[in-house]
Design a protein around this ligand. Structure first.
Ligand code: KG4
Ligand code: ZN
Length: 344
């Protein structure tokens, strides 16, 4: 009999509900984006996000079941993002999922949002272990080692800003609307790396990242130019910024794949949509890691969505990791550190 999971995601600014079959087939994936409401504030306003989730969650559940043509009694479990994320936003999804699970007598599975981003790869390809994931989103930049199914260990992470956050902050300085990663990526393709920003921690013996120095260099350059009334080439600025981010991400990821002898490299999170990053990683893996399979989730599954939560939940279900109705939001939920990273 097939496994049908109803999955709920509400950790940030997307209310999403999906029905996922056998952990790897999407029957529906409803995404109600709030981006228009947050755009004018230049970032996500937590209180506004919670209010939108409350309004949307009921409709999203109805639509997800209707589109999948699945009745509640046919479901095997209800999964929900328990963290990391905005506490108020998480609680809306958790409360809805708990209520639905209780009303229909279904098991409940709490899912780590970052495991969800990684498991979006399951819609493209079966994950073979050991694997490595480069997780790059608005809130996170992590290299995650997956020795076996359902085990996620951090070997490196950002010490300050996340990659997506850096894109959004420099985008603001350029007067771009939030989130600005996609626009900077497009501009970068029309420019050249003429400004040569720093590549933080590139040659240090750590898989950790740092993007705040790059962000400050960028902002200082733009402000100094404004004071002197000098014109900067915005496409070159975007290309120079992007080259710095990609150089560090690619170099450290390739090094980690070699050290951990992985079979697959999964790139996930909103910044995995970056065309420059995709191109560079494709070339680097082909030449330096011919035996490593590179997996990018499809663009529409790189951002926050509930289907990825269903894919991760299916692994938790196999391992009988269920939650009870005391399930609570864990805003700072994090993967454990890998042994070697603990001492860093
Ligand atoms: O994973 P995500 O949808 O949300 C979370 O942060 O969990 O990631 C959103 C981030 C934003 O910072 C956005 O600017 C960035 O992903 N992003 C991109 C691109 N598309 C989205 N960054 C660089 N290049 C892109 N093409
Ligand atoms: Zn996310």
């Amino acid at each position: 009999m097939s496994e049908l999971i109803l999955a709920v995601e509400s950790s940030c600014d997307e209310t999403s509900v999906a029905v996922v079959k056998n952990g790897s087939i999407i029957l529906s994936n409803i995404i109600a984006s709030q981006i228009k409401s947050h755009e004018r504030f230049g970032g996500v306003v937590p209180e506004v996000a919670s209010r939108h989730h409350v309004e949307q969650i009921g409709y999203c559940i109805q639509d997800a079941l209707a589109e999948a043509k699945v009745k509640p009694e046919e479901l095997s479990a209800v999964a929900v993002t328990k963290g990391p994320g905005l506490v108020g936003a998480l609680l809306i999804g958790i409360t809805a999922a708990k209520s639905f699970a209780w009303a229909h007598g279904l098991p409940l599975i709490g899912v780590n949002h970052m495991a969800g981003h990684i498991c979006a790869a399951r819609f493209v390809q079966t994950i073979h272990y050991p694997a490595l994931a480069l997780l790059v989103s608005g809130g996170h930049t992590e290299l995650v080692y997956l020795p076996s199914e359902g085990t996620y260990e951090i070997i490196g992470e950002t010490r300050d800003d996340a990659a997506g956050e850096a894109y959004d902050k420099v985008g603001r300085v350029l007067g771009l609307s939030y989130p600005s990663g996609k626009k900077i990526d497009e501009m970068a393709h029309k420019g050249n790396d003429t400004y040569h920003f720093p590549r933080a921690m590139l040659h240090e013996n750590t898989y950790d990242f740092s993007f705040s120095g790059l962000k400050s260099s960028f902002i200082n350059l733009v402000h100094n130019a404004q004071q002197r009334d000098e014109q900067l080439n915005e496409n070159d600025l975007a290309a120079s910024f992007q080259a710095s981010v990609i150089d560090v991400l690619v170099e450290k990821t390739i090094r980690a794949c070699q050290e951990y002898q992985v079979q697959q490299l999964i790139v996930a999170g909103g910044v995995a949509a970056n065309q420059g990053l995709r191109e560079r990683l494709q070339t680097a893996t082909k030449t330096m890691l011919p035996s490593v399979e590179l997996i990018f989730p499809p663009l529409k599954l790189c951002g926050d969505n509930a289907a990825m939560i269903g894919a991760a939940a299916s692994i938790e279900k196999k391992q009988a990791h269920f939650s009870d109705l005391t399930l609570n939001a864990e805003p700072s939920l994090a993967f454990p550190l890998h042994k070697k990273a603990e001492g860093l």
